[in-house]
Structure formats: structure tokens, C-alpha cells
Design a protein around this ligand. Structure first.
Ligand code: GDP
Ligand code: MG
Length: 437
């Protein structure tokens, strides 16, 4: 996968630090290929790479990521941003019916998608109506009638009316009469964009004033998608995109291209020929698909959220050296507070799970413990042996706790140390790596 490739590129890199220009460029060469393979338009790819490059060079590599993963993360974030940060729904009119006009080339999936949307809205409890406004091909009317029957949604059509504008106006009137709250207009398409088609669509748009004009685009068209989307947007004006045939082996590059040239959100994707095969569009899913990396990103996310590995290793080293002091305990507590009880940390160390029952440190006790440790002198923190009776009294006073509290903490601390020693003995000199958590 792309991520593997990038990781091997970065393997040579020693250490972490900042992403260097040369390294980013090597990585982006791979990203560029991946995008082109996914059928993203080459101009779009060029701009995209340029943006990512600017964002990536000089950026600090997160402790929990490899440089390769870091670049992937930047690429992924940028992709999601370009695709639109969140899922965008179809806008509904405050004064029903909401009129939705479907446009697109012939075969892109307008008729199928119109029915899918109608069914989608019906399931939401609305009362949609379909309009057969593709008058060029009689078969197109029959196709919609058949689909409408399947999902039990009325289809407005006429085999006499020649003018699609007149037909659409009648349809809207009828919808009002019947109390339909959504009108979905299935328009004619062509194999290629021509002026006659654009004029027809523009007249319909002007006359019926739809709330949304949705461009239906075939995800398999790849590079051609850009010019098509551009023409529809410039000549008619679109409000959103529905990308069909995402069930095929299209990697979804068309999504990025179309979104990029129109600036309009992708609202749904079609995932099959069947009437229920439509899904809201989620940018991150498509980003993963374009990059061809599936779960890699969720792994990266996890790594980022997780406890800092370097810190864990430091602690591990201290444990092994038996030099775990109150100061270490305090440092760890600060980091641990978001992770839950202290025993969790210990129980994450292999073989320690059952041994920690005695050391119960409740969440609310963190504050107390920290206060006690803060009231110790540096010398006391680093050497518990000097903490005698009068020192304990002073620490209790200073921390607003009692001598019993201080005694208990020291006892817990000593038990921890004892266990760490046991644990060290048990593991011998073989050593091990702390698990990544
Ligand atoms: P129109 O000419 O734009 O109205 O396109 P149609 O709705 O007639 O669809 C053209 C072809 O694409 C039909 O065979 C549909 O079954 C098929 N189709 C539409 N949407 C999808 C989809 O999401 N996935 C798949 N696999 N096929 C689709
Ligand atoms: Mg059609």
C-alpha cells in the first residue's frame, strides 16, 4: 500500500524531528502516483501536491508517527478538507415542495438515482413525487414509471406534452395539489454536452426554481469528469453532486476532481444498481479509498492519541534501574490522569495484571497524591528514606492532608517499588519492549 511504500522510503531516515524538503518530495512522488492511479485529474493532482508540500515541509513529526505516516496524515487531512469536511445533506425548502432537479450525462445514473432519492426521502417519512422530464427517449419515461411502482411513489409523466418546461410546471402544480413535499425531476441527458441540452435544462431551472440542482456523475469516468462537471456548473449552476457507480473498481478519484473544479459538495454516492444502494457521502471514507489504505489511518489516529512511547520507554528504563522516585511518580501521575487509575499503567506491563490489586489509586486521589508529592523537598522526593516523622508532619501540613495520608502514599510507593523489583527479577536480563498503548 501507499503507506508501506512511504514507510520504506523513510526507513533510511534516522531519528525524527522536522520533515525535510527532500524527504517530503520523495514521499509526494508516491502520493502523486497514487492519486493518478485513482483517476484524479492531473491538474487537480498538481495543485493538491503543491498544497500538501507547503503544509508538510518543516512540520514536526509527531512522536507516535513515523515520518511516512506523518506525510500520509497530512495528505489525508488535506484530502478530507478538499472533499468537504463533513457530510452535507440535501437542503429542504421552508415552503414545500422542495424541488430537486437531477442533471447529468446519459447513462450517468440520473433515473436510477432519482428513484433512490425518492425512496430515501420516503423512508424519512416524506411524500416525494417523481417527474419524468426526459422526453427525448420514450423508454426513459417507462423506466421511471417502473421504478416508481417498485417503491410505491407516484411518477408524474405525460406522453403528449412535448416541452419539458411545461411538463415540470404541471408536475409542481400537481404536487402542491396532492400535498407532496418533495419533487424530484429526472431530466434528459446526452452522451456529450451540447447547447440544446444545456438550454433545455436552464429553462427548466429558471421556470421551476429548484431548491437543489444535483449533478449525477459516474465515478468510473475519471479524467473526463472534470470538463463535464465544469460545463454543468458554469452553464446551469449546480448545488451538489451525486457520485454513482462507486461499487465498481473506481477508486473515487472523480470525487476529488469534480469537487475541486465545481467547489460543490458531494452529497450522496451510489453503490449499486438496486434501489436501496445509495449512501450519504463521507469524505474520510473516500479519502481512504483514494489513497488505497483502508485501516492504516485509523491505526495512525490511535497512535496519535496513545500514551507517548518515548515517555513510556523512559519510565521503563527508570523501573529497570530501580531508581523510580516520587518525582517520577508525580510526572507519571500528571500524564496518567487522562488514562484512568494508576493500576492501569502497571497492569499494562505484561505479567503485572494480577499483582496490582493492592495498589488502588482512585481518580479523585490523584489530586491528593500530587499535593503530597509537591510538598516534599527535592531531596525527599529522590530519597524516601529520609522522610522521618517530623518530615511527614510537615508534608501533611503543607499539602492539606493528614500524616495518615502521607504514610499511606509512602507505603503504596514502597509496594510499587517492591513489585517493580520483583518484576525486574522475573523478566531477568532478557528485557522487553513496553507495549504501545
Ligand atoms: P441515466 O441515463 O442518467 O438516467 O442513467 P440510468 O439511471 O438509466 O443508469 C444507467 C445505468 O447505470 C443503469 O444500468 C443503472 O442500473 C446503472 N447505475 C446507476 N447507478 C448505479 C450505481 O450506483 N452502481 C451501479 N453499479 N450501476 C448504477
Ligand atoms: Mg434516465
Amino acid at each position: 500500500s501507499l503507506s508501506d511504500k512511504l514507510d520504506s522510503i523513510f526507513k533510511k531516515l534516522k531519528g525524527r524531528g522536522l520533515l525535510k524538503e527532500e524527504d517530503v518530495d520523495v514521499a509526494l512522488k508516491e502520493v502523486r502516483l497514487a492519486l493518478l492511479e485513482a483517476d484524479v485529474n492531473f491538474k487537480v493532482v498538481k495543485d493538491f501536491i503543491q498544497n500538501v508540500r507547503e503544509r508538510a515541509v518543516g512540520k514536526e513529526v509527531l512522536e507516535s508517527l513515523s515520518p511516512g505516516q506523518q506525510v500520509i496524515k497530512i495528505v489525508h487531512d488535506e484530502l478530507c478538507e478538499l472533499l468537504g469536511a463533513t457530510n452535507q445533506r440535501i437542503q429542504l425548502s421552508p415552503n414545500p415542495p422542495t424541488i430537486i432537479m437531477m442533471v447529468g450525462l446519459q447513462g450517468s445514473g440520473k433515473t436510477t438515482t432519482s428513484s433512490k432519492l425518492a425512496r430515501f426521502f420516503k423512508k424519512e417519512g416524506r411524500r416525494p413525487m417523481l417527474v419524468a422530464a426526459d422526453l427525448k427517449r420514450p423508454a426513459a419515461i417507462d423506466q421511471l414509471i417502473t421504478l416508481g411502482k417498485q417503491i410505491d411513489i407516484p411518477v408524474f409523466y405525460s406522453k403528449e406534452i412535448q416541452d419539458p418546461v411545461v411538463l415540470c410546471e404541471s408536475a409542481v402544480r400537481q404536487a402542491r395539489l396532492e400535498g407532496r413535499d418533495i419533487v424530484i425531476i429526472d431530466t434528459a441527458g446526452r452522451l456529450h454536452i451540447d447547447e440544446e441540452l444545456m438550454n433545455e435544462l436552464l429553462s427548466i431551472k429558471t421556470k421551476v426554481n429548484p431548491k437543489e440542482v444535483l449533478l449525477v456523475a459516474d465515478a468510473m469516468t475519471g479524467q473526463d469528469a472534470v470538463n463535464m462537471a465544469k460545463s454543468f456548473n458554469e452553464q446551469i449552476g449546480i448545488d451538489g453532486i451525486i457520485l454513482t457507480k462507486m461499487d465498481g473498481d473506481a477508486r473515487g478519484g472523480a470525487a476529488l476532481s469534480i469537487r475541486n473544479v465545481t467547489g460543490r459538495p458531494i452529497k450522496f454516492i451510489g453503490t449499486g444498481e438496486k434501489i436501496d444502494m445509495i449512501e450519504p457521502f463521507y469524505p474520510d471514507r473516500i479519502a481512504n479509498r483514494i489513497l488505497g489504505m483502508g485501516d492504516v489511518l485509523s491505526l495512525i489516529e490511535q497512535a496519535q492519541k496513545s500514551f507517548d512511547q518515548k515517555e513510556a520507554e523512559k519510565l521503563h528504563k527508570r523501573i529497570m534501574e530501580e531508581s523510580f522516585t516520587f518525582e517520577d511518580l508525580r510526572d507519571q501521575l500528571k500524564k496518567l490522569r487522562s488514562m484512568g487509575p494508576l493500576e492501569n499503567l502497571i497492569s499494562m506491563i505484561p505479567g503485572m495484571g494480577k499483582a496490582v490489586k493492592d495498589i488502588k489509586v482512585e481518580e479523585k486521589e490523584f489530586v491528593k497524591i500530587e499535593a503530597i508529592i509537591n510538598s516534599m523537598t527535592k531531596a525527599e522526593r529522590n530519597n524516601h528514606n529520609i522522610i522521618n516523622g517530623s518530615r511527614r508532619k510537615r508534608i501533611a501540613m503543607g499539602s492539606g492532608t493528614t500524616v495518615t495520608d502521607v504514610n499511606r502514599l509512602i507505603k503504596q510507593y514502597l509496594e510499587m517499588k517492591k513489585m517493580m523489583k520483583m518484576f525486574k527479577g522475573g523478566m531477568g536480563k532478557k528485557g522487553f519492549k513496553l507495549p504501545k498503548f
